[in-house]
Design a protein around this ligand. Structure first.
Ligand SMILES: [Zn+2]
Length: 343
């Protein structure tokens, strides 16, 4: 055996031992650099070719190349073996298929959604239909048809987001009352829940996007007592069986007479010894009243024959009291822990 062949054989033996001892990718890379790198041992041997007689050089070069090929093949083989043993070690450590699974986390129904669903279910039990409609509506449905002509100061009370001269984001769900009355002859009984928009500054009590629940009943012989009965029932469904309701005289262009509706504070039971109702014992729900004859006339109903009542409550306001939350912004924080608490 030539001197070169012996040197290469010894080198490969040491290389093989070093690669075999490597415990990971990094060790293996160090071995590669030490033997096959630019300044590695093979390079040193290759430089020696220059001192050989010219006719021996090609054969020497070939021997060195063969040795390099064999070493690289061994390196690749070791790398593959190390990778699969690393994966196996990881699997052995982490996966115990008999271990009980972590239960999948499922969301809860949002408190505002729950208020709307409970209110709608109550009205549906009493024969009302739930109607949904567009959030962008012409001013006709939002104002004119509700006895609020243009230039009427009440329009300013609904500080609205206008899309153009006649289209706006609805500030209430009342357009659906008008649309329903235009499409159907009385008697009608509907509840209209949905998103509404007003340019309110956001604070603990106000959002510029909120939800309303409106109700409308029009038929022969409907009077204020029916309204009071239905709203008392609604409050008992939402808050508890001992709820009472009170009506304070108010003004809305679309109802006459009109009232603000309060219910007994569910936290203190109406005694007023709590902060949630500000010590009054009552919480505000929204407005209600008997549908104005002009509104009925405009949709082709005869106010001498049919009468009706309507109300509009804020779903967030109800949810604040029902779940004893002190800041309406918490409802839109999307904080799963908070929502979970109320589930
Ligand atoms: Zn109270």
């Amino acid at each position: 055996m030539s001197e070169l062949a012996a040197m290469l054989a010894a080198l490969r033996e040491r290389f093989s031992a070093a690669a075999g001892a490597a415990k990971g990718e990094r060790d293996l890379d160090e071995v590669r650099v030490a033997y096959l790198g630019r300044n590695g041992e093979v390079t040193t041997i290759r430089r020696g070719i220059g001192s050989l007689p010219v006719d021996e050089r090609p054969s020497a070069g070939k021997q060195i190349n063969d040795a390099v090929d064999a070493m690289e093949a061994l390196l690749a083989q070791r790398r593959g073996a190390l990778e699969s043993s690393e994966v196996e070690a990881e699997l052995a450590q982490r996966i115990d298929v008999t271990f009980p699974a972590i239960p999948a986390s499922v969301g809860s129904i949002h408190p505002v959604r729950r208020v709307i669903e409970d209110a709608c279910a109550y009205f549906e039990r009493h024969g009302f239909a739930v109607v949904l409609g567009p959030e962008v509506e012409p001013d006709f449905y939002n104002f004119d048809a509700l006895n609020i002509p243009s230039e009427h100061p009440a329009r300013e009370g609904f500080d609205s987001f206008w899309i153009d001269d006649t289209l706006l984001l609805r500030p209430h769900t009342s357009p659906m009352q008008i649309r329903t009355m235009q499409l159907h002859r009385p008697p009608i009984a509907i509840v209209a829940p949905g998103k509404c928009y007003r340019r309110d500054a956001v604070d603990a009590r106000h959002l510029f996007q909120f939800h309303q629940i409106e109700g409308l009943l029009v038929a022969e012989g409907i009077h204020f007592g029916h309204l009071k009965g239905m709203l008392t029932g609604l409050c008992r469904t939402l808050f508890g069986v001992h709820q009472r309701v009170r009506f304070r005289p108010s003004f809305f262009p679309f109802t006459e007479p009109s009232a603000e509706v309060d219910t007994t504070c569910p936290k203190c039971g109406g005694t007023g010894v709590c902060g949630m109702c500000g010590g009054s014992g009552w919480i505000e729900l929204g407005g209600a009243g008997m549908v104005h004859p002009n509104v009925l006339r405009d949709v082709g109903y005869d106010p001498e024959v049919v009468t009706g009542w309507a109300f509009g409550f804020g779903a967030e306001r109800i949810a604040l009291s029902r779940y004893e939350v002190d800041d309406v912004r918490r409802f839109i924080d999307s904080d799963p822990d908070f929502l979970e608490q109320l589930a």
